[in-house]
Design a protein around this ligand. Structure first.
Ligand code: SF4
Length: 622
């Protein structure tokens, strides 16, 4: 058995634990494989915030010792103001460049804001909420010693490096000390790896905002532990691997539409991957089986051998090292009959394990449990959707398994909110949830469907704890919806939105302007549709359409950037409704309309849909 360290790198919204490493931890622990989870995002953000506070008060709230059992930061002494000597020096090196009045006030109010984000009363008061989030973000913006880097609660920007270029990611790995999270990586990972001596390090990369930090982290680990096996997976990596260029480069091992049962990793050597010598395995799709197979081995001499330089604490030297790519066979038992129907076998998907996350750090008033009842999308017909374009298979868990998992998670974690991560909660699961009466609030994405045109069904959903539904309407023009094959009737959509709202369920409507099917007149009809339905819309997301690179067949395209990892491309709109016009239309005709502006003003800053259901609950509690 190999010990595994699972890391969720910065930056993503620090309001709930990361689902990816919780799922992997569930799979590993169920088979008795020792594993540690590290939410380096929430810890790293708090580290930067504390450093800013230390810059002002000359003291910092120290991280406690690593718990052997769980591998998490202990909260013991967290509020004592105690300073770990070696960390003090490191964090004090982080320069406070938030010199103006707002910044100083924001730093001064930081402890109060962090505390208030973790209690319910703030969520019923939009002005105070806005102020708290804006101030915390302001403090973070001043937390990077590098002028070109801006860290926020939801993003990471480096004016000199792009997460869309593999060369830039390699550079981030070669110079980890240039990353503002480097002091945290050193302070946290050195003792953790020394104490627990993990053989395998899995890194979960889901968002572009994580990419540069993930590679800085990988570079740091490679430098101190040249021979550790480093595995990179997650949503963003899956999207990279599904791109035609990568398919060609890796020799067609993972053709689009591959019915991956959870064990797709690159078989080819790193010579065919931009990250060869740095990352040992890139994993697409659910990585549980691959990781379990790998970690179950008693002897990994065939895949790597320990190096005497391990834990030498070098700072930035990146040794290219040898390549250790391999693909282990999918050897775990599966249920073929289930797989034929596209339903994942209950025996192969353990319940996610959220028991060892640093709950005291998440910026939410209670425990939020993210849960995926499926991967892919059961509809998978909408044109230009990445799910369709990438050919990701739809894999729902059996409803009984979902309900059993939820009951277990409720017992274990006493959540304040369940967050369904599915692209669209299936109608069968929605119907089953509507019959539940445990009343733990929950929310998620659903397709607009006939069932919700029945007010009684909406009331049952509400009684079953549904606090908010996210609805991917995309357009308020029937012609556009039909061309995009959304399978949505506007008449039904209006009924659904109204029924949900009247039942007491929040509505979060998603719009997409600039699709190839739209023109300016259709965009106006969307605006009018939203205005007409505005009394029943709580929140709106207004976005410009991005064309997935390999969904643009038949259209003239031009790259957005020189980035070889870009998943999207610019294109010549067939109706002349180009990006610049669309952007101007949104700014002037959509956002400024009073009815729409009022809805947009309700959207929680930065945390958006993650905090929207909390705001709805907060208002009710007021
Ligand atoms: S419902 Fe959503 S995820 Fe599914 S195909 Fe349509 S846009 Fe894609």
């Amino acid at each position: 058995m190999q010990k595994v360290l699972l890391i969720h790198p910065p930056v993503s919204k620090p309001c709930e634990p990361p689902a990816g490493i919780a799922r992997l931890a569930g799979a590993l622990r169920e088979r008795g494989i020792p594993c540690t989870v590290l939410d380096a995002n929430v810890e790293g953000l708090h580290f930067l915030l504390n450093a800013q506070l230390a810059g002002q008060k000359n003291e910092i709230r120290g991280h406690g010792p690593v718990s052997k059992a769980s591998g998490i930061v202990s909260t013991a002494g967290a509020d004592s103001g105690a300073v770990s000597p070696d960390m003090t020096g490191l964090v004090m090196a982080v320069r406070d460049r938030a010199g103006n009045t707002w910044s100083k006030r924001a730093v001064r109010n930081l402890p109060r804001h962090l505390q208030s984000l973790r209690s319910w009363p703030l969520y019923g008061h939009s002005d105070r909420y806005r102020r708290a989030v804006a101030d915390i973000n302001r403090v973070l913006a001043g937390a990077s010693p590098q002028e070109c880097v801006t860290v926020s609660l939801a993003d990471y920007e480096d004016a000199s490096l792009s997460p869309l270029r593999s060369q830039d990611l390699l550079q981030a790995a070669a110079q980890p000390e240039s990353n503002p999270f480097y002091p945290y990586f050193r302070a946290r990972l050195l003792p953790l790896l020394k104490e627990q001596d993990h053989e395998i390090v899995g890194i979960s990369l889901n968002y572009l905002s994580q990419a540069l930090c993930a590679f800085a982290l990988i570079g740091f680990i490679r430098a101190i532990l040249p021979r550790r096996r480093i595995i990179l997976g997650g949503g963003l990596v899956t999207s990279w691997l599904r791109q035609p260029e990568w398919q060609r480069a890796i020799g067609g091992n993972m053709a689009p539409g591959t019915n991956d049962s959870g064990a797709d990793a690159l078989r080819k050597s790193g010579a065919n991957s931009p990250f060869g010598g740095l990352v040992d395995d890139l994993v697409a799709g659910p990585g549980e089986e691959f990781l379990v197979s790998l970690a179950s081995k008693d002897d990994v001499q065939d895949i790597y051998h320990r190096d005497s330089k391990d834990l030498s604490a070098q700072d930035s030297v990146l040794s290219p090292g040898a390549l250790y790519n391999s693909l282990l066979p999918s050897s775990l038992p599966t249920n073929p009959a289930r797989q034929e129907q596209g339903v994942v076998s209950e025996t192969t998907v353990p319940c996610p394990d959220y028991r060892s996350f640093p709950w005291e750090l998440y910026m939410s008033p209670g425990v939020i449990i993210p849960y995926s009842a499926s991967t892919g999308c059961y509809w998978r017909r909408c044109r230009f959707c990445p799910e369709t374009a990438e050919g990701n298979p739809y894999r729902p868990l059996p409803v009984g398994k979902v309900l059993a998992d939820l009951a277990r998670l409720q017992d274990e974690s006493k959540p304040a909110l369940i967050h369904f991560l599915d692209n669209a909660v299936s109608p069968v699961l929605l119907a089953a949830l509507a019959e539940q009466r445990n009343r733990v609030p929950w929310y998620g994405f659903v397709r607009i469907a006939e069932a919700m045109a029945d007010p009684a069904f909406c009331r049952r959903l509400r009684d079953a704890g549904c606090v908010m539904l996210k609805l991917g309407l995309e357009s308020g023009d029937q012609g556009v919806l039909d061309t995009l094959e959304k399978g949505i009737s506007l008449q039904t959509a209006s009924l659904v939105i109204r029924n949900l709202k009247e039942a007491g369920i929040g509505t979060y409507v998603y719009l997409l302007f600039g699709t190839p099917a739209e023109d300016r007149a259709a965009a106006f009809r969307t605006r009018e549709y939203v205005v007409a339905n505005s009394p029943w819309i709580d929140f709106l997301n207004v976005a410009i359409f991005n064309m997935p690179v390999f969904a643009a067949a038949g259209l003239a395209t031009r790259p957005f950037s020189a980035g070889d990892l870009s998943l999207y491309t610019d294109f010549e709109h067939p109706r002349g409704w180009n990006r610049r016009e669309v952007r101007r239309f949104i700014a002037e005709e959509v956002r400024k309309h009073p009815a729409i502006a009022a809805i947009l003003n309700r959207v929680p800053r930065i945390f958006t849909s993650n905090h929207a259901p909390l705001n709805l609950i907060g208002v009710r509690l007021r």
